[in-house]
Design a protein around this ligand. Sequence first.
Ligand SMILES: CC(C)(COP(=O)(O)OP(=O)(O)OC[C@H]1O[C@@H](n2cnc3c(N)ncnc32)[C@H](O)[C@@H]1OP(=O)(O)O)[C@@H](O)C(=O)NCCC(=O)NCCS
Length: 244
Amino acid sequence: MSDLMTHAERPDLGDRVDFNVWPAYNTHGDVLNRYWERLYDDFPEFQFVLYDEDEDVVLAEGHTIPCTWDGTPDGLPAGIDGMIELGVALREEGREPNALSAMAIEIRPSAQGGGLSRAMLEGMREIGRRHALGALLAPVRPSWKERYPLTPIERYARWTREDGLPFDPWIRTHVRLGGEILRPEPRSMRISGTVAEWEAWTEMAFPESGEYVFPQGLAPVAVDREEDLGLYFEPNLWMVHRVE
Ligand SMILES: CC(C)(COP(=O)(O)OP(=O)(O)OC[C@H]1O[C@@H](n2cnc3c(N)ncnc32)[C@H](O)[C@@H]1OP(=O)(O)O)[C@@H](O)C(=O)NCCC(=O)NCCS
């Protein structure tokens, strides 16, 4: 039997996460990394795992943060970076949240493709209900965007299949579960590094300044050799699930 357990209920399970789902470059967010550990320290009842008790294994991890939202696409913060800053500031100022934002869902690679994402999204909605937060926002990272790094997210997010559902499998999963598209976010997560760091993260060489497509990148990275800087912005799509 699998159970959803929050970090507040079972902090030990967080230490049992022995898988990584992210490409190397993706774990170096300028803003996200500054605040990530605070999710566990300051918001433990908003972090959770899907735990398989019989196998004694953590199948997936989910991260959320309480926030404020005025109900409009324009009222959303600047990407996942802006959202984590908003959530932390809200707590520090002691103000009341009225919504919840997803930060990430990470499914154990051997368990991907088996429909667990539905339980994880349901888990996020359940956390929203427990805290009387009326909306679950999500800066969605479209799974197949890495196949189309040169296509602007504004266009990619509009692609549909013959049955009318979104082309992207992860956007499609959100829509099937009642998610509505709010707006694309071309610069959701900022990742900067030296040229050597970017070369190590991507296992590529960047001999000249310019834009490069790289494996598993959702958009190109801009390399400036004179400044010794690689700069990347991960695009996301803002969606919302209503929480009764
Ligand atoms: C994205 C992710 C959360 C999806 O969870 P999942 O349990 O693997 O997905 P599901 O089995 O529920 O499938 C969801 C949809 O994606 C499709 N899908 C799943 N795995 C796929 C794969 N490897 N390649 C292509 N499509 C895939 C499924 O077919 C399904 O779409 P469909 O039913 O319309 O065909 C999971 O793969 C993951 O953790 N990825 C790495 C981290 C990440 O990108 N997280 C999301 C951003 S925070």
